[in-house]
Design a protein around this ligand. Structure first.
Ligand code: 13P
Ligand code: SF4
Length: 306
């Protein structure tokens, strides 16, 4: 039996010995982000998957993130840290349903939030992440946008890109959608001098009443640059913990105690250790034709996104 620090040291030795790059989404726990080679939001993770020199990638996050890494780096072995870690939003639309929507909105560019399956990506013109969506949608020449599956992120973009017509489905993140306008009213009363920073997966009544809306990395860098002393955070509550650890002289509060992504929480340090030893996790494989078709939308994201 190892204690946490011993286990982290074993992981650091093993990842070198076995030529692994460990990528961790910012929603992972502190003990995992500490042993990662890169920690970031979905956009940063996609770019890092492409540029890391190691032969193997271990993605500590959810399935669509590991799939994206595999699509971008087919020559590498890519593993997902916990086989059950999925994103419920990625499966809110079927392949056939999306085909039907594309038929209906023939002139629209199909823009997919990266939180989608590889199969859905094959039908899309471009993927976006919360960090890159605004910049990318502004550059798309089409006047009409079919934005799937997150209608909250989609309408947040729509508000900032006048002149384009958006079509949505009723999709969204079940975790961020637990945050209500009542939560905003409560924290404004409880912490009147705090800034409210939220993820654009929150419902409109929340984002439009926040001081800032942006990706997980966007929220982290907003705090880094701000002189304010108190913040309320409207995204997965791991970010509240990470921020409190990084800035002990400032105060951070969750907008809602319910905003915890169970899928992101599945991976433990022991899973990481066992994955590196070949005992758990899942190697991501996919047929070449699926990968090549899905890659077009991700390549377009990286090209547009810079
Ligand atoms: P980011 O793009 O901010 O990493 O968001 C991904 C995600 O799943 C948030 O719920
Ligand atoms: Fe998916 Fe929401 Fe979890 Fe992000 S927080 S991985 S969008 S379920």
């Amino acid at each position: 039996m190892y204690n946490t620090i011993e286990l982290q040291n074993k992981i650091k030795e093993l990842k070198k010995e076995k030529d692994f790059c460990i990528l961790a989404h910012a929603y992972q726990t502190q003990e995992i982000t500490e042993i990662a080679d890169f920690v970031g939001d979905s956009y940063g993770l996609s770019k890092q998957a492409q540029s890391s020199p190691q032969k193997n990638i271990l993605m500590c996050g959810v399935r669509f993130m590991a799939e994206t890494a595999k699509i971008l780096s087919p020559e590498k072995k890519v593993y997902l840290s916990h086989r059950d870690a999925g994103c419920p939003m990625a499966e809110q639309l079927t392949y056939e349903e999306l085909k039907g929507l594309k038929e209906k909105y023939k002139d629209a560019a199909t823009v997919a939030y990266i939180n989608t399956t590889a199969e859905l990506k094959t039908l899309c013109d471009v993927c976006v992440t919360s960090a890159s969506a605004l910049e990318i949608v502004k550059k798309i020449p089409n006047k009409e946008i079919l934005f799937i599956p997150d209608c909250n992120l989609g309408s947040w973009i729509e508000e900032q890109v006048p002149g384009k017509k958006f079509h949505f489905i009723k999709g969204g993140c079940p975790i961020h959608m637990k945050i209500t306008y009542d939560d905003v009213e409560r924290v404004r009363e409880e912490y009147p001098d705090a800034l409210l920073l939220v993820h654009p997966e929150c419902i409109k009544e929340v984002t439009e009443n926040a001081d800032y809306a942006g990706s997980t990395t966007g929220i982290l860098s907003y705090v880094e640059k701000s002189d304010a002393k108190k913040f309320v955070i409207g995204t997965d509550n791991s970010i509240v913990q990470h921020l409190q650890f990084s800035y002990p002289d400032k105060e951070f509060y969750p907008l809602s105690k319910r905003c915890i992504c169970e899928d992101m929480r599945l991976t433990t340090l022991v899973d990481v250790y066992n994955c590196l030893r070949g005992y758990c996790g899942e190697e991501i494989t996919m047929p070449d034709d699926l990968r090549i078709k899905a890659k077009k939308a991700i390549d377009a994201m990286i090209q547009y996104g810079g």
